[in-house]
Write a protein that binds this ligand. Structure first.
Ligand code: SF4
Length: 251
């Protein structure tokens, strides 16, 4: 296969960026999209040019490190991670635009790499309990009903890739935050700080510059893990409950 990729090149956070076209030959339809970038980078290094910077790690669709906008869609034409997108999704000779996530909360560091540490700070705001817990308790000591365990687990599958933010016209991080809140607030261990957790996580999400949700649903259409829109409904419910709880305590 032969493909032309027009890749966003930006030397640094404060530099201007532009799309640069490269033709890459000798590709297999079974290669992943990241392998296309690997081949491109080998060519660039051989020519003495700077390779394209991009994030990647497990290349198995579970770490959430990779993610670029391909032809205007977060993670490209299929609802999967960029590493699990294969070149057979394109036709021989195609011209493909490759850009970084575009969102105020995800500033570009270089080329296709963006700073996603805002997600870490949202997690940090509520992703643990402050009470000393000691060693891990015996699993059967705290029974969890199957529907509750399923809700927590389904939401825990969020890999923090950021595609939901990149796909949203508002740059909203509501799907990510709602997945983390549903994961942590569903389980018995999450109950003591349930209200404070949702307030802190939503406050941090707003402070990091992410927009609000207006129910366009683009996030769900791009999420490689199938986090549903009902998680955002749950987040809104948790937030309202936490706010009234706070008012009830005169805060
Ligand atoms: Fe990625 Fe989906 Fe989690 Fe958003 S909700 S960060 S798209 S896995």
């Amino acid at each position: 296969m032969k493909l032309t990729v027009r890749v966003w090149r930006q030397p640094g956070p404060a530099s201007e960026g532009r799309l640069v076209a490269y033709t890459v030959e000798g590709l297999s339809p079974d290669m992943s999209f990241l392998e296309l970038l690997d081949v491109l980078n080998e060519d660039l290094v051989e020519r003495g040019e700077q390779p394209v910077a991009f994030d990647h790690d497990c290349r198995e669709g579970i770490c959430g490190a990779c993610g670029v906008v391909i032809n205007g869609r977060a993670h490209g034409p299929e609802q999967t991670t960029t590493c699990q997108l294969h070149l057979r999704a394109f036709a021989d000779g195609d011209v493909i635009d490759v850009e970084p996530w575009r969102a105020r909360g995800f500033p570009v560091i270089r080329d296709l790499v963006v700073d996603r540490s805002a997600f870490d700070r949202i997690i940090q705001a509520g992703g643990y309990i402050t009470a000393p817990t000691g060693a891990a308790p015996e699993a059967h000591a705290t029974p969890v009903e199957k529907p509750t365990a399923d809700t927590a687990f389904d939401n825990a599958t969020c890999i923090g890739c950021g595609a939901c933010v990149a796909a949203c016209p508002n740059g909203s991080a509501m799907l990510f935050t709602s997945a983390k809140v549903a994961h942590l607030n569903s389980l018995p261990q999450g109950q003591p700080e349930r209200a404070q957790r949702v307030l802190d996580m939503v406050d941090t999400m707003d402070a990091e510059g992410f927009g609000g949700c207006t129910n366009t649903g683009e996030c769900v259409a791009s999420c490689p893990k199938g986090i549903p829109l009902t998680s955002i409904v749950n987040l809104n419910r948790e937030f309202l409950h936490a706010t009234s709880h706070q008012r009830g305590r005169g805060r």
